[in-house]
Design a protein around this ligand. Structure first.
Ligand code: FAD
Length: 425
């Protein structure tokens, strides 16, 4: 089967769905290819910081979460070895009107997907390879020919790879394979049917090479995670959630406070998963090709980062808004009518997107790595001082611009609403 599409997005994760929604908001129709048979909600929950809420607001969906989840006002970072406690106030990062909020991944993905036109997502569609051919089309100088594993061939004028850390599109652009940080994370949801009784606060416990944390999602559920220096042996036992839970309680989180162990004990094992922490070297983003012609990447496909700042998903939402804004500048009514829009000079719009995103995500990758290093490395006096006094008191808010505003999407009046003319405000 051969299909022609104006815009193809590969991957229906946070980046892919948010990008499809941003494009929809500016009048561009897209097709989203997802290799799984349904939305993938691995990881159970995600913390979204004010920058993500600004992006969700630009996408027109932030309000859908505010009735279900409430923002965190403060948190604690507790040194497991000596009990030293730092209070982290989130009111300082509230100037955007949003605080950090943990939400179920399923709710985030389903909300984004629910805004798309029916049939936008093509499930069980794995992209295998990409070729390009030059064209005389006045809208684009080349066309991407996508081969799927079921034999389908799709011709796309614009291709956006939102296909995660092992991105096929990123590889086609020549980006290096992301690297393993040598650390892993086990995470899940703790469920208390009668209510958990914990305060609405983000509690983090830091030890040499280890960090555990929990934060409430609702009155009955807490999201928890545990990151640690991992070995090859861990990868072999990583698929059994019961073993992972047992390993934390009986081995990995030795010496951690009873409250953390109690939360892990209440895990719904169906939600417990293990992940290697992977990132891309920042110089690969500085010197590498983040786009070629009408092809680019967004989300983890562009900038996988370690999760210490909780910014991988937040920055994927920023990418979507920025890409939507740039592509909206190259809109033209489709000469064939039907109220459809095609993009002109998309390559230049995509270059503008990459230019705007490159240094922002380089900063986040470095900040995330630095944050993990300072939190979990070394037990000497200097590291303790750096971690407990300098980092959380003075540096945390500096390396972490949680209220970064990626901007808004333009108001686009489609031809049917404006006498055949496309208007962008
Ligand atoms: C332990 C951990 C904790 C984290 N905590 C946070 C947090 O608190 N806050 C935060 O903002 N971020 C967090 N992150 C990061 C966040 O999870 C990711 O950055 C985010 O999920 C990336 O979304 P994405 O859409 O780019 O990629 P993905 O979620 O990986 O989605 C990619 C999609 O593409 C599909 N796909 C892949 N290859 C193909 C193909 N060839 N053809 C078709 N489909 C394909 C996949 O099936 C998948 O659905 C955390 C990450 C980890 C590992």
């Amino acid at each position: 089967m051969e299909i022609s599409e104006e815009v193809v997005i590969v991957g229906a994760g946070i980046a892919g769905l948010a990008t499809a929604l941003a494009l929809k908001r500016v009048g561009i129709r897209s097709m989203v290819l997802e290799r799984s048979s349904e939305l993938r909600t691995t990881g159970a929950a995600i913390t979204l910081y004010p920058n993500a809420w600004l992006a969700l607001q630009a996408l027109g969906v932030a309000h859908k979460f505010t009735s279900m989840y409430s923002p965190l006002k403060k948190g604690y970072v507790i040194n497991v070895a000596n009990g030293a406690t730092q209070e982290v106030s989130y009111t300082g990062i509230n100037r955007t009107g949003y605080g950090p909020i943990a939400v179920h991944r399923r709710a985030l993905l389903e909300t984004l997907a629910g805004e798309l036109a029916p049939g936008t997502i093509r499930f069980s569609s794995k992209l295998d390879s990409i070729q390009t051919v030059a064209t005389n089309d006045k809208f684009s100088s080349s066309i991407a020919i996508l081969s799927l594993d079921d034999g389908t061939v799709i011709k796309a004028k614009i291709l956006i790879g939102c296909d995660g850390v092992h991105s096929v599109v990123g590889r086609w652009l020549g980006l290096m394979t992301p690297v393993n940080s040598g650390r892993s994370c086990i995470r899940g949801l703790a469920v208390y049917p009668q209510g958990h009784g914990f305060k609405h606060e983000f509690c983090r416990f830091v030890d040499q090479g280890k960090k555990g944390a929990y934060l409430p999602l609702t009155d009955k559920e807490l999201y928890w995670f545990f990151t640690y220096t991992s070995t090859l042996k861990d990868e072999k036992t990583a698929t059994d959630p019961k073993l992972l839970q047992k390993d934390i309680m009986e081995n990995l989180a030795n010496g951690f406070p009873p409250s953390f162990l109690e939360v892990v004990q209440h895990a719904d094992v169906a939600t417990v998963t293990w992940a290697q922490l992977i990132f891309r070297y920042p110089w690969n983003l500085i010197f590498g090709h983040l786009c070629k012609g009408n092809i680019t990447v967004a989300g983890d496909a562009m900038h996988p980062m370690t999760p210490e700042l909780g910014q991988g998903g937040c920055s994927a939402l920023e990418d979507a808004v920025v890409l939507g804004r740039h592509l909206a500048k190259s809109l033209l009514p489709n000469p064939n009518g039907h109220g459809q829009i095609v993009a002109v000079d998309a390559a230049r719009a995509i270059e503008g997107y990459v230019k705007e995103r490159r240094w922002r995500v380089v900063g986040l990758i470095i900040g995330s790595y630095l944050s993990g290093w300072v939190q979990q490395s070394g037990s000497g006096f200097f590291m303790k001082f750096l971690r407990d006094i300098i980092f959380y008191k003075f540096l945390f808010h500096w390396v972490f611009d949680a209220h970064y505003d990626c901007g808004k999407l333009p108001n686009v009046s489609l031809p049917s609403q404006s006498n055949g003319q496309t208007k962008i405000d």
